[in-house]
Design a protein around this ligand. Structure first.
Ligand SMILES: O=C(O)c1ccccc1NCC(=O)[C@H](O)[C@H](O)COP(=O)(O)O
Length: 381
């Protein structure tokens, strides 16, 4: 496709994607959910609202993607073609996709989480539209450099992986992790004991997290950069996380098609935020390695399909793709299921720059002190 044809195609997308008013549709359970047009809306934001000043436009799409978009395929069909098993419910449907029975029941916990997130985000957006969130975000302190904090911590600790210490009250697989839960106290204890960055769960329904926790920790004087750990499916969430003090966000390749990841990375960069792009499988890693501008890849040892945790997943993927990761100067974070100094040493030897750890710290009485237990030594500040 020639440049002029591409520009025309993008202009056509822009002209058809003016924000639409949400309407209600009945769900299988008889509840009311809000129907949204996530894809058209996501594309509409940068193309149709230049007042946000993002400068995003035609150049971010390659011609193949525009052709795909224009071919009329549903986003679920595009996602499925990329190996993504999670379907979006609120996305525009294509007549060939079928409706009803098979789309009414989530096929996995992750799909349920994403469907719940679609409803949550559309409700939050109705209460606080993007331009308002962007305005308040501009008044928030600028994001801090998440990746630089990881690099500095690793250098301080003779190459031991930097720690991203997680704050979550509960998880779908483990249920309630602590009886007493004071997020600011935990954040301060993590920082005092050498964590480079913190990961704050903001999903309420499945992790008992909140944006209030994120904001309170940011305002508490904790200096570690903060990852907003949520299920991002919409650009609005990135702005919202920014407005609540996040320095970084998580993008999950098992949920987001390539075009969304590219677009969201671009938005992150324009806001000065960092994206941790999470993969679990080789196919997801290969997709992400083809995307320019990825600085941080998280290898999740937990399958979000089966919830099985296996730390050798980090090793296996790095054995296969370590060379290209090194060539691209990407830092790798090993996520989930790390409990002992041997676990940390194992993923360190596999080549990771950082580890993301929740459960093994949070289930101990003093999560701060638990850091030395996890690494087999005190981390230097
Ligand atoms: O942890 C879960 O049960 C879970 C369920 C569904 C989606 C994501 C889930 N966890 C997210 C994570 O990957 C972890 O919070 C993170 O990597 C820390 O893992 P851990 O040290 O094992 O708590």
């Amino acid at each position: 496709m020639e440049a002029s044809a591409l520009a025309a195609a993008v202009a056509r997308v822009a002209s058809v994607c003016a924000p639409r008013s949400p309407s209600s549709w009945p769900t299988a359970r008889g509840a009311r959910a809000v129907r949204c047009n996530a894809t058209t809306e996501q594309l509409a934001v940068p193309l149709c609202t230049p007042e946000l000043g993002l400068g995003l436009g035609a150049e971010m799409f390659n011609s193949a993607e525009v052709v795909l978009w224009e071919s009329g395929k549903s986003v679920n069909a595009i996602a499925a073609a990329q190996g993504i098993r999670v379907r979006r419910r609120c996305r525009p449907t294509h007549p060939s996709e079928g409706v009803g029975a098979d789309r009414a029941v989530p096929r996995s916990v992750l799909e349920q989480i994403v469907w719940d997130k679609e409803v949550e985000v559309s409700q939050r957006k109705a209460a606080a539209p993007l331009h308002r969130v962007a305005d308040s975000a501009r008044r928030a302190p600028p994001p801090r450099d998440f990746a630089a904090a990881l690099r500095a911590a690793r250098a301080r600790n003779a190459g031991a992986p930097a720690l991203i210490a997680e704050i979550k009250k509960a998880s779908p697989t483990r249920g309630l992790l602590r009886d007493t839960f004071n997020p600011v106290e935990i954040a301060q204890a993590y920082e005092k004991n050498g964590a480079a960055c913190l990961s704050i769960l903001t999903d309420e329904k499945h992790f008992l997290g909140s944006f209030e926790n994120l904001e309170t920790i940011r305002n508490s004087g904790v200096n570690c950069p903060l990852l907003c750990k949520d299920f991002i499916i919409d650009i609005w969430q990135i702005y919202y996380a920014w407005s609540k003090g996040a320095d970084a966000i998580l993008l999950i390749a098992a949920v987001l098609p390539d075009l969304d990841i590219k677009y969201m990375l671009r938005v992150c960069r324009s806001l000065g935020m960092t994206a941790l792009v999470e993969v679990h499988e080789e196919r997801e890693l290969d997709r992400v390695l083809k995307i320019d501008g990825v600085e941080l890849i998280g290898i999740n040892n937990r399958s979000l399909g089966t919830f099985e945790v296996d730390t050798s997943n980090t090793n296996m993927l790095l054995q296969k793709r370590g060379d290209i990761i090194k060539k691209k100067n990407i830092m790798v974070v090993s996520e989930s299921g790390l409990f002992t100094p041997d676990d940390v040493a194992y993923v360190q030897n596999a080549g990771v720059a950082a580890v993301l750890v929740g459960e093994s710290l949070l289930t101990q009485e003093d999560p701060g002190r638990a850091i030395a237990g996890l690494f087999g030594k005190e981390l230097l500040l």
